[in-house]
Design a protein around this ligand. Structure first.
Ligand code: ADP
Length: 261
């Protein structure tokens, strides 16, 4: 009897192990599929600018009768495409460092308003677009202890997106800060067309963009923001019930190492 119950226990153990193996196998297949999809997206994103660079440099090299204006135009295209490639590679590298967990944080204390000032001037520098910024500086007096550069990077991305994608006649970006116990919430909401509902779910995924237009980026910006906020013990979410595009950045007032995921 003892022998048979031991056999039964062993056979249960075996089927549990078999199930675990199957799970692991499924996860591995899924990871490998994700990796393939990622590589194919990266190659696609690289190919488009590379094709332009090749075509326009060939014209410059082989066409004898180009006017100075034409030469300038083609050289400018090559230059823009090279910048685009550099941005893409920098974003990919940044994302891979953030995802690998090898990122080191540089924590200091700063008024939230100062972080926003810096992000606004950096995101809007040079572009004298019509985007109006609406702020309440009193609420921004709160001090945060965090990686200020990384937090600023998130704000820069959101402000630059509002500048790029908000198509309202009088584009506005409202920045609203709310202190909530040991956390602080920063809402950044524009008055543009917003983001289509069936896109809300994937807005923070890599390479997701509403229209794959040439003027925009590769759809990595918000994925980077998501990773950064996770590292800062906070989060970023899309406020879908609002008109326009509205994002909420939440972070602890003091970054605690054990909060980092
Ligand atoms: P990208 O580098 O393409 O700007 P993001 O990840 O920052 O990538 O944004 C992803 C996509 O979300 C954009 O391509 C755009 O289609 C949409 N989007 C982001 N911000 C806004 C906004 N403020 N208004 C409308 N659409 C936006």
């Amino acid at each position: 009897l003892e022998y048979s119950s031991r056999l039964e226990a062993q056979s249960k153990e075996l089927s549990r192990t078999a199930l675990q193996l199957r799970d692991t196998n499924q996860k591995l297949t899924q990871l490998s599929e994700q990796k393939d999809a990622f590589l194919s997206q990266v190659s696609h994103e690289l190919r488009t600018p590379m094709t332009s660079v090749r075509a326009f440099s060939e014209i410059l090299r082989d066409e004898p009768g180009l006017t100075a204006a034409e030469q300038h135009k083609y050289a400018s295209i090559i230059h823009d495409e090279a910048l685009r490639l550099t941005r893409l590679l920098n974003d990919l590298l940044d994302l891979s460092v953030l995802e690998s967990g090898a990122v080191s944080l540089n924590v200091s204390t700063r008024r939230l308003g100062d972080v926003l000032d810096h992000a606004l001037s950096s995101a809007l520098a040079g572009a004298d677009g019509p985007l109006q910024i609406i702020r309440d500086r009193d609420r921004e007096a709160v001090e945060v202890e965090t990686d200020v550069d990384r937090l600023s990077q998130v704000f820069i991305n959101l402000i630059a997106n509002a500048q790029k994608y908000c198509t309202a006649t009088d584009p506005e970006l409202r920045i609203h800060v709310r202190s909530n116990g040991d956390r602080v919430e920063v809402d950044l909401a524009d008055n543009g067309a917003g983001i289509p509902v069936d896109f809300h779910e994937m807005i923070f995924e890599k390479f997701s963009r509403v229209t794959p237009e040439r003027a925009g980026g590769a759809g990595l910006g918000l994925a980077i923001c998501k990773e950064i906020m996770r590292k800062l013990g906070g989060d970023i979410s899309f406020l879908s019930e609002q008109e326009g595009a509205a994002f909420r950045v939440t972070l602890p007032i003091r970054l605690k190492i054990e909060e980092i995921r």
